[in-house]
Design a protein around this ligand. Sequence first.
Ligand SMILES: [Zn+2]
Ligand SMILES: [Zn+2]
Length: 336
Amino acid sequence: MKAMVLEKTAPVNTNPLRLQDVNRPEPAKGQVLLKIISTGVCRSNLHMVEGDWLHDGVPSKFPIIPGHEIIGEISELGEGVNWLKKGDKVGIQPLWTTCGRCEYCLTGRENLCPHKEVSGETLDGGYAEYMLGDAMHVYPIPRGVDPELSAPLFCPGVTAYRAVKRSELSPGKTAYVMGIGGVGHVVVQIAKLTGSRVVAVSTGKEHSELAYESGADDVLNPGMDYDKLGDHVKKADSVIVFSPNQKAIDAASRLVKPGGNIVLGVHGGMNRINFVDEIQIRGSVIGPRSDMYSVLDLASQGKIKIHSTRYRLSEANDVLNLLKNGKIKGRAVLVP
Ligand SMILES: [Zn+2]
Ligand SMILES: [Zn+2]
């Protein structure tokens, strides 16, 4: 099969991914083989390919095939998998598998499982024609969900859903969403479903358009100058941050009002919080299976739409370059 393989991390403008012929994997007991229909291109993939996360042990092996938001059709079933069948369309999220036994797995928070395997980071992912899935962690694609455009439901979708859930929004509250990319434009849509007023904070013109298209009530465009927050200071019940930028996180601490919360979906430090404001700071990372099913349910009802653009699998390096330069509106998907 063809795959875009990473042998060594390097800046994306040097084309670190190579289109190669590799052996098609065989599903072991409890696994399925997917013929991939589409794979989303995530900023996490960019970080991994460029070596930003080597110090955290990501990827955990070389060579590796990146890609962690995938929809495919089951082409082979491993031993013991009798609840799925060939031809079923299913998705795989970053959480490729979990141990099923730890305190997190047993309480529906398996996204925190310390023994998890991560698609495209600890094992081969979706920048390929085929990929293995753990049958306990693949999700049937419901009616009304386009398998070629909806692979990003499996990372931005579930990530956005959980971040909004952790923000505890409700009618009459105000949410500020920072960063209107692949995840942010879905956060806006899901935050609107809570009945809250949603203000998007974006740096680019195209991203601002996407924020309005996604239902934002207002778009605050501070350019690269997060000091110009004006009247918006202390107006947010919740600030949800998906802008990969320390300045955005610092701005979040000024936007949130006393008693409010900040939900962080990116790496960064919180250093401007005063205890007398009782601000709550929460991380949010992908989501457990229950959240993933909720996302698919919303998508099948037409309540979440991913703004996706198709590229060919062989264009993965170019797409990562575009993403790095802020030139992807919504999400790019690779189609083998
Ligand atoms: Zn992702
Ligand atoms: Zn576990």
